[in-house]
Design a protein around this ligand. Structure first.
Ligand code: SAM
Length: 412
């Protein structure tokens, strides 16, 4: 995989040229390992402050993990939610899928459980492809340069694939980013469109942050996605909420679902909720979605809620082991007595590294659960990398719901 160090700084050079009086902005000394990393324009004194904070927290963690920290307060949690029960394995439906921008495999897993046959995954980040390969060693997974969709001639898959799915990077559109849309080098929607045009599958599913469906990007969506594809496809955008499918998190995503035939498009309807949270039960056929504490198997403290939308540790201005997105999210976690920063690699380490305020520290498997991944999905790489793959993913039960709806519309 290419290193994104100096080049990345040059990419966002305009920010780095910014001067703040006598204290000029300086580039980070830490090399970026993700194509999404937008180094923050920080001055030397700001960098020094962050350096001190992170050194302090590293020392506290090391001391806790070697048994010299405050005594643990919480037991190791045994989750109550089993995401696999939200997506029971369906028999093969005879439809073959090509996965683009596969990340750690959220969409791939949902489609797999819904009965689709996996043909291949393309993903640029090596840790993410290592995750998919560890989970499904028999799958064909292209990673690094070979997984970079910019290098692929998709005509090789014509006739081999029935469905294309993928979530092109959302950073160009996300409210958390600079929202440069097509001006952002990471805008990969044109490659997704190109793949659909080259392969002409029966159907495609393109996923992204709901901001892409906002007025700000309506022109972009029309000219870059709808117009080029509507010559051959009937396309419907739909915004879905993960907790409607049992995922204990507030997470909305937009899906562009396109069918080549009018008949399949007419047969398709968006997935109907299987779960409800709070007062939202619309019909008696839906089950209650677990709150975050309940899903994690934590004691009842009289307060429970859905997790706020977790952030991807790769998309913020710095690589981090925090899943916090906003001040509102922080308040929500606080009310549930959950500590969303300094996520630990394992539950044992989370227990040993007591949070300053005594709240429950999360671990990578806990965050995976919040995103609807089963306990055994083997995220690879350092903690921030695993969190990045998790935070970038479509919750597999949500992917499963969409995949099942497509299967019902085009089943042979
Ligand atoms: C939003 S994430 C997709 C997550 C995935 N759909 C899931 O459910 O787990 C976007 C992914 O696109 C990948 N990506 C970015 N540029 C790429 C490129 N040029 N070729 C292949 N993958 C790329 C990123 O590494 C990232 O994992």
């Amino acid at each position: 995989m290419p290193k994104h160090t100096v080049q990345q700084s040059q990419l966002f050079g305009e920010a780095l040229e910014d001067k703040r009086g006598a204290d000029p902005v300086v580039p980070s000394r830490i090399p970026s390992t993700s194509p999404f990393h937008q180094p923050r324009a920080l001055t030397e004194s700001e960098r020094e402050r962050y350096r001190k904070m992170s050194q302090e927290s590293r020392r506290a963690r090391e001391s806790a993990l070697s048994g010299n920290g405050p005594a643990p307060i919480h037991e190791i949690n045994i989750p109550r939610l089993d995401p696999l029960k939200l997506m029971p394995q369906v028999r093969r439906n005879g439809l073959r899928t090509l996965s683009l921008f596969s990340g750690g495999g959220g969409l791939d897993l949902g489609f797999d459980r819904a009965g689709f046959e996996h043909v291949a995954s393309y993903e640029i980040m090596n840790d993410a492809t290592a995750t998919i390969s560890a989970a499904r060693p028999e799958w064909k997974v292209f990673g690094g340069e070979g997984g970079d969709v910019r290098n692929v001639d998709f005509r090789q898959w014509k006739g081999e694939v029935d469905i294309i799915h993928g979530g092109p990077p959302c950073q160009p559109f996300s409210n958390a980013g600079r929202q440069k849309g097509h001006l952002d080098e990471r805008d990969m929607w044109p490659k997704f469109v190109e793949a659909v045009q080259a392969i002409k599958p029966i159907a495609f599913i393109g996923e992204n942050v709901p901001a892409l469906a906002s007025a700000k990007f309506s022109n972009y969506v029309n000219t870059s996605i709808i117009e080029p594809l509507s010559k051959n496809y009937h396309i419907t955008p739909v915004i879905l909420e993960a907790s409607d499918f049992g995922v204990p998190q507030v997470r909305r995503r937009v899906f562009f679902v396109g069918f080549r035939t009018k008949k399949a498009a007419a047969r398709w309807s968006p997935p109907t909720p299987t779960h409800f949270w709070g007062e939202r039960q619309l019909d008696s056929g839906t089950e209650r979605c677990m709150g975050l504490r309940e899903a994690l198997g934590l004691a009842d403290i009289g307060v429970d809620d859905l997790s706020p939308t977790i952030r991807s540790a790769l998309t913020g201005p710095r690589h981090t082991t925090s899943i916090l997105n906003s001040v509102a999210a922080q308040r929500r976690f606080e009310a549930m007595e959950i500590w969303p920063n300094g996520v630990a690699a394992t539950r044992e380490q989370a227990r040993a590294f007591v949070a300053k305020n005594g709240h429950f520290r999360l671990s990578v498997p806990d965050v995976a659960l919040i995103q609807g991944f089963p306990e055994d999905w083997p995220f690879q790489g350092a903690t921030y990398m695993a969190l990045g793959q998790i935070g970038n993913a479509v919750p597999p039960p949500l992917a499963y719901a969409v995949a099942s709806s497509v299967s019902a519309a085009v089943a042979k």
